[in-house]
Design a binder for this molecule. Structure first.
Ligand SMILES: [Zn+2]
Length: 310
């Protein structure tokens, strides 16, 4: 791929936020929080808000759940800008990014089995067993080595970033993560790579999402740096947990949200916003207009998780 030198223009000329659910279940309270925080933050700053379906991992996709999520969002008054995008339709973008990383000599095939990785890794950090391996040219065209994953070489620099809620964060990728997988053994692009490429293509300037993804942020920033992408602003909201401290997610069988005003009010309260009661709003649009007006990201708790009664 040839790259022409272009005159540098500021990348983020506008606030562009996004919500990117994976279509592996209904919209539950935990994902509603990420949707609401990203939506309200965008609208309170006159920004755009995009909707993307993260369906790169087709194994995890539950048929029609994308439509159910979209319907749920519509019923409670979310309005996104532009068309909904689907990761499964963007594969060539990921291939291009991977190709670039390969050209830079940062990628190698890993033949280790899950068992080997477990034995050799300390605290889940990949030991770099396959670092000496050379990737064959035209990886995709030969579509060889069905049994290998591709890993990205990391360095031992400490990576610092500022999170709008969690504030100063740092991670040493070499010590805490190790060379990580960007293309999986089952021939699927990794979450880390696909998200970074999508956010770049959509020029996302602000990413607001659940605390569980804080740990992925340094990897994503590292990828942005290698690919020459700008780094958006990040904010990680606390995870909603039940009384047993289990995260409300598809795995813990979190229920589909009720599409009504009181659900929205519970979510806004969870996010620390000074919202009124459901009797104070005539309709859902009034709630949203009020939330955009009073939205204050600084009121969101810095905790990793927070209990919710639903
Ligand atoms: Zn390996």
């Amino acid at each position: 791929m040839k790259e022409k030198k272009r005159s540098v223009k500021p990348f983020f000329t506008q606030y562009r936020g996004r919500f990117a659910p994976s279509p592996s279940g209904e919209l539950h309270f935990g994902s509603l929080l990420a949707a609401m925080a990203s939506y309200a933050d965008a609208r309170s700053q006159n920004g755009l808000w995009l909707l993307r379906i993260d369906d790169i991992d087709q194994q995890r996709v539950i048929p029609h759940s994308d439509q159910h999520i979209v319907q749920s969002l519509e019923q409670i008054g979310f309005q996104w800008d532009g068309e909904i995008s689907y990761q499964s339709q963007c594969i060539s973008n990921y291939e291009e990014a991977l190709e670039k990383l390969i050209q830079m000599g940062l990628v190698y095939p890993c033949h280790c089995s899950r068992k080997q990785i477990k034995v050799l890794s300390h605290d889940g950090v990949y030991s770099g067993t396959c670092r000496h391996r050379i990737i064959k040219k035209n990886f995709f065209h030969h579509s060889l080595d069905k049994n290998s994953a591709l890993r990205l070489k990391v360095n031992s620099d400490k990576l610092f970033f500022s999170d709008e809620i969690q504030q100063n964060c740092q991670q040493n990728l070499a010590r805490e993560v190790g060379d990580f997988v960007i293309f999986r053994r089952d021939q699927v692009f990794s979450y880390q790579l696909s998200v970074v490429v999508d956010d770049y293509i959509s020029q996302i300037s602000h990413i607001i999402r659940g605390f569980d993804l804080l740990d992925s942020t340094a990897r994503q920033i590292y990828l942005q740096q290698q690919l020459g992408y700008p780094t958006p602003k990040y904010a990680h909201i606390p995870l909603a947990v039940n009384e047993k401290q289990i995260k409300l997610s598809k795995l813990s069988q979190a229920k589909k949200i009720k599409s009504n005003l009181s659900t929205l009010i519970s979510a806004a309260q969870f996010l620390g916003q000074s919202i009124m009661t459901d009797k104070d709003y005539d309709k859902i649009e009034d709630f949203w207009q009020h939330l955009f007006l009073i939205w204050d990201i600084n009121k969101i708790s810095k905790m990793e998780k927070k209990e919710i009664m639903v």
